[in-house]
Design a protein around this ligand. Structure first.
Ligand code: SF4
Length: 575
């Protein structure tokens, strides 16, 4: 599938996570990570312990608040969630623009002040009298401070424009920003109306589906009981008895159901669904017409706010910032709770992630009890179904974690993660604690589930062998930074970054080349502290190919070959 045909699910831009250690000192766990994850993709993240891969996963899930940057989720539409932050951002557009103007003007005033001081300094001779030299030094210090402040103000101005552009793209530069904000407000009101219809639609659809299930059960229940009774007579088993017990419960529930009445009710519900769907479509069309009107201002009446605003390349950059998905960092707790069921996590230690006092069934059902309004009987049936999907038996419903093997516990973890039918799952070293044979089974299960349910995985591991066979794309991280990102095949067969090469060299294998010493392959030295990372390339203290430029200039992540990104000066043609 080409990049253009894939549906984007998550995109992060310059995502940072710093943990404050003490005043003015931060542990830089994740530094400027920009990536795109597509629907149905298995995206692997590799690196040594402490490289920031787990922190990145947790920041994407918003378990840790990000320090800066953005993390946008496209799995739910804005109409579905109707987040509060959008109207707030629209109301703030004018302020973003005026703040940018003010910051930039203040910086120009400081530049003038620095220029005047510079002229004054020219009149002094630093090598002249001691008085002159003192004055010269004093003015030089003042100029340096003013220049620093001016630079900060310019950065603030750009920051304000960048923030505004998340809601309206390059329209943040337009003189008509108030008119534009008004049009976006009208569009937002339509989103709200569409959202209300959507909530009603979901309720009606649930009722409709519930009726259909009940009709189906009422028609077939006697037959199902008969089949299981026959099966149990031939091969008696606890599983059959349990199933029989469940079916009899269902029979009791549907005994007094009137099929004709339910069918009529469903016909009416179907009509209601059609009406609601038309209304949603209508609100969406009106919303789009307001947005189109607002975007017709694009490129017109641009204000000369900073030295870059008239540059079409800069305007394009701001347009690229326009977010059509949900900015996870700006959602309220309640809104994030809705998104949580779409995004799940499976942990490294399956034993530690289960409550030893809770049966497997209860552990899985808990997610359904908290996040859905499913009745207890339905929850139980769904849990039984999930156990079957992950290769466990129905009787495991009643087992406690201590009675299960490592592989079985991890299967419970997977069942719990997929209970709410998420679209995105973070697997944090999910198979690292398992035996190799069990690893293969779990990976096979994850692979089948991803195909069946179009799941997207963010697969965190330090095991390159696992990602090679399991992931579609791989990102290599070092000290919170991205070193290399490419498709799995490309990364293994056309490795570019020296750090990736070191990781591959360190994979244990049967040594064929006896002339080569083990030390030739092993990465030497310690990972530097993320509290005080080295200047320039973060890997330069351990890199065998380190050049002078690497020690003071941080390499940018560049696309060296199509969809193959590397952050290394060796591949920068300018060096
Ligand atoms: S930028 Fe320099 S130090 Fe960093 S990986 Fe490349 S060659 Fe090595």
């Amino acid at each position: 599938m080409s990049e253009n045909n894939k549906k984007l699910l998550i995109s992060t831009r310059k995502l940072k996570k710093y943990f404050p250690v003490k005043k003015g000192v931060n542990l830089k766990a994740v530094n400027d990570v920009s990536l795109k994850i597509y629907e149905g993709e298995k995206f692997g993240v590799v690196g040594e312990s402490g490289c920031g891969k787990s922190t990145l996963g947790r920041v994407i899930l918003q378990l840790y608040p990000q320090t800066s940057g953005s993390c946008v989720y496209y799995g739910k539409s804005i109409q579905e969630l109707n987040p509060k932050y959008i109207q707030k951002e629209i109301n703030h557009l004018k302020a973003y623009q005026s703040n940018a103007i003010k910051y930039y003007q203040d910086s120009l005033n400081l530049d003038n002040k620095a220029k005047a001081l510079n002229d004054k300094r020219k009149e002094l001779d630093p090598d002249g009298s001691s008085n002159d030299a003192k004055k010269y030094d004093k003015i030089s210090r003042e100029i340096a401070k003013i220049e620093f402040d001016s630079k900060e103000l310019k950065k603030n101005a750009s920051r304000q424009l960048r923030e505004g552009s998340r809601t309206v793209g390059s329209l943040i530069l337009c003189e008509n920003i108030e008119e534009i904000a008004h049009l976006f407000t009208l569009a937002e009101q339509e989103v709200e109306k569409a959202h209300e219809c959507l909530v009603k639609y979901k309720d009606v659809k649930n009722k409709f589906d519930e009726n259909n299930v009940t009709i189906h059960q009422k028609i077939n229940i006697s037959q199902w009981i008969l089949e299981i009774e026959e099966k149990d007579a031939k091969e008696p088993s606890d599983e059959n008895k349990q199933r029989l017990h469940d079916l009899k419960q269902i029979k009791k529930r549907v005994e007094n159901v009137n099929i004709d009445q339910l069918t009529n009710e469903n016909n009416e519900l179907e009509l209601e669904l059609k009406k609601l769907s038309d209304k949603i479509q209508k609100h969406h069309e009106i919303e789009m017409s307001y947005c189109d009107k607002a975007f017709s201002f694009r490129g017109k009446n641009i204000l000369n706010i900073t030295e870059r605003t008239m540059d079409p390349a800069y305007q394009k950059k701001l347009d690229d910032n326009y977010e059509t998905g949900l900015n996870l960092n700006k959602l309220t707790k309640e809104e994030m709770r809705v998104i949580r069921s779409d995004m799940q996590m499976i942990f490294q230690d399956p034993a530690a992630s289960l409550d030893p006092r809770q049966t497997v069934g209860k552990a899985i059902e808990e997610a359904l009890a908290i996040n859905t309004d499913m009745k207890p009987q339905l929850r139980r049936e769904k849990t039984m179904d999930l156990l079957g999907k992950v290769g466990l038996k129905r009787e495991h419903y009643y087992s406690y974690p201590h009675a299960l093997s490592g592989g079985q516990k991890q299967r419970v973890g997977i069942a719990r993660a997929i209970a709410l039918e998420p679209s995105f799952i973070i697997l944090d070293e999910a198979v690292s604690a398992l035996d190799v044979s069990v690893q293969a089974q779990i990976l096979q299960l994850l692979n089948n589930l991803s195909q069946e349910k179009n799941l997207t995985y963010f697969f965190i591991t330090h095991d390159l062998g696992v990602v090679k066979h399991f992931c579609d794309r791989i990102m290599v991280m070092y000290l919170g930074n991205v070193c290399e990102m490419a498709s799995s095949d490309e990364l293994f067969h056309h490795t570019l970054h020296p750090y990736t090469q070191s990781l591959l060299d360190a994979v244990p294998r049967l040594r064929v080349d006896e002339t080569k010493k083990l030390e030739d392959d092993v990465l030497q030295g310690e990972v530097p502290s993320p509290i005080n990372p080295p200047n320039g390339c973060p890997f330069h203290t351990r890199c065998k190919k380190c050049m002078t430029v690497c020690q003071h200039k941080r390499p940018e992540l560049m696309e060296v070959f199509p969809n193959h990104f590397v952050a290394c000066h060796l591949f920068n043609k300018e060096n």
